[in-house]
Write a protein that binds this ligand. Sequence first.
Ligand code: DAK
Length: 257
Amino acid sequence: MQDAPVHLVIESGIARLTLNRPKALNALNSALFTELASILDDLEGQADLRAVLITGEGEKAFVAGADIAEMRDKTPDEAHAFARQALTTIKRLERLPVPVVALVNGFCLGGGCELALACDWAVASDNAVFGQPEVLLGVIPGFGGTQRLPRRIGPAMALDLITTGRKIDAHEALRIGLVNQVMSQTELEQYAETLAKQLKVNGTKAVRSAKQAVHDGMDQDLDSALALETSLFALGFAGSEQKEGMSAFLEKRTPNF
Ligand code: DAK
């Protein structure tokens, strides 16, 4: 693999992003976020995109955290600027209109766990290790962990992980709802094909609309969120996907989306 800190391959509408700093266990630095932002410029304009998968190069780490060597001598202003760069880029990844999935193939610590939390869901290999060990370095999570972790697994478990800095294995991560599935490294490598097959038979606009309903709805009170769902549901009847999907069912054939 070449030297770029992030690699992008797109096949059958599935974009695969690989974080590529294996010598530093794919630790997140400024250059990596700059590259990721430039890849997002490209992905945001792709109308035929179906999903984005993000993983770490090698079999040892997804991401072992923000780059400690780069951060050590930062002033408060520089730390603030780094956090802003990371937060903005991670938010853009989260808000891509298609499912964004973390394939966690090893250590998933600190900023790595925060990156996985910004994905719509995560699947993990059975050797994955999760944690928010920032307090062991004398800081708190800086890439959204204090906000997205409690929203994903509840405040009590989030505070346990964030204030103790303890690490958990993939099976505990599954039990507490941090990941959706645990599988072998080989199965994880095949997950792109599995997901591509699943998404291929679905209405592309319906999938995008469902993501929008969940994300935008989570930021609203229940009544407003239900009204949003109703609007998006009704809007589905304005396009060709709904007619094709329902006709295919009634005609006992596979829909052609
Ligand atoms: N940063 C930089 N380099 C890292 C790294 C990291 N996070 N993690 C590992 N490396 C490097 C190691 O230094 C080592 O480099 P060399 O010595 O070979 O040059 C190489 O990767 C291999 O690591 P190890 O030799 O340590 O490998 P082991 O198998 O022995 O151990 C490990 C693996 C993952 C248990 C260990 O590497 C480890 O504990 N890594 C650090 C994990 C960690 O603490 N992660 C959280 C980082 S802090 C902010 C506020 C806070 C944050 C960010 C922003 N703002 C307000 C701006 C904090 C974010 C974090 O994520």
